[in-house]
Design a binder for this molecule. Sequence first.
Ligand code: AMP
Ligand code: GLY
Length: 426
Amino acid sequence: MNLLVVGGGGREHAIIKKLKENPTVQTIYALPGNGGIAQDAVCVPEIGAKDIPAIVAFAKSHDIDFAVVAPDDPLALGCVDRLHEAGIACFGPDARAARIESSKVFSKNLMKKYGIPTARYEVFSDADAALAYLQTVGFPIVLKADGLALGKGVLIAQNLHEAQDAVKTIMQDKAFGDAGSEIVIEEFLTGPEVSVLAFTDGSAIRPMISSMDHKRAGDSDTGLNTGGMGTVAPNPYYTAEIAQVCMDTIFLPTLAAMRKEGCRFKGCLYFGLMLTPDGPKVIEYNCRFGDPETQVVLPLLKTDLLTVMQAVENETLAELQVEWSDGAAACVILASGGYPSHYEKGKPITFPASTPENVTVYHAGDKLQGGKLVTSGGRVLGISATAPTLQTALADAYEAAETITFDGKFMRRDIGRRALAAMEER
Ligand code: AMP
Ligand code: GLY
């Protein structure tokens, strides 16, 4: 089998490494891939993840048997629709189903219509109406740009003044471009956050092991929001009892709602949940694998990934058991100094001669320059470790993270601290 993976970050590297475990896989192409992914796949740096015509042409001319579209942008742009039209089997939702992430207005209205628990909200397409509404609410309050904004389109306002600024930033200054033509203003919820990624063919669902992201750049959740600075799995707050509540009140109702709306969701559906005092509620849906959640979840997958993805595409997931390893995983992101604001690129990276067997280095933002790897992005590497306990996984990931160097390297020092504390409280 020849496979194609669209994307070029740590998440795609984790998907590729897992797909490679299948003995029928011959060649994996990564479009565009990155410097480190080139160790595991044939990278095509000239074809960006949003260049849908070039992706489809490449798939047709390279005898591709199965394609995986990982990032949100190509999914929202209809990459899967176009590949299907070309007769290529794929993993990932079509553009209509991808709206569950690409439009907050779509997803909030879906949840309201079908009674899926989420924060109460109002939608505005007019800045003056949004500003008038703010006079009637309590604080803090959450303001979200409707469209894709690289995870940055969410602003939490502590008071009226901040909320007014947020409306101006999103709707009048268009800080997130057209993503800000409409705005969702919603109730501020509290409680631990849990990420649950799930394989689904639209009716059957196989939730993956739960995980916890660390979104802020600084220790103790300070600093700016990032794409994610580290993850642990499983998430200790997500008990078997809560998992059952989520299955009954959120996961299955979401799939049924999408079928009723005529946009069956096939692929990886990511539930961003908050465990509030009133029960689990949806903070957001993503139409794809999370990054860096994938880097802790897939290492614990025991069932062959390609088999699961094919069952999703063929709508036969109900017949497949998906198994997970016991134990835990942790991922620590090594970032470029200054990320998520301005940072420098092109710093040479040095690696130790070898890494322990339970540690994997996922490449997120690097490229080959004169045969050597140099930094090329904000999040450069994800160091993941699996172990029987979270404590050991974290210790091993941090130990390996110390052995890799580049100018300006920084990482959070407290990945997993909250999870460990939650486990001790039990
Ligand atoms: P999102 O991009 O929708 O996941 O939002 C980014 C982050 O903002 C989430 O991970 C939460 O920490 C926070 N957030 C989003 N919506 C809410 C809400 N309604 N209440 C409290 N925090 C929120
Ligand atoms: N780590 C959060 C996301 O992938 O959206």
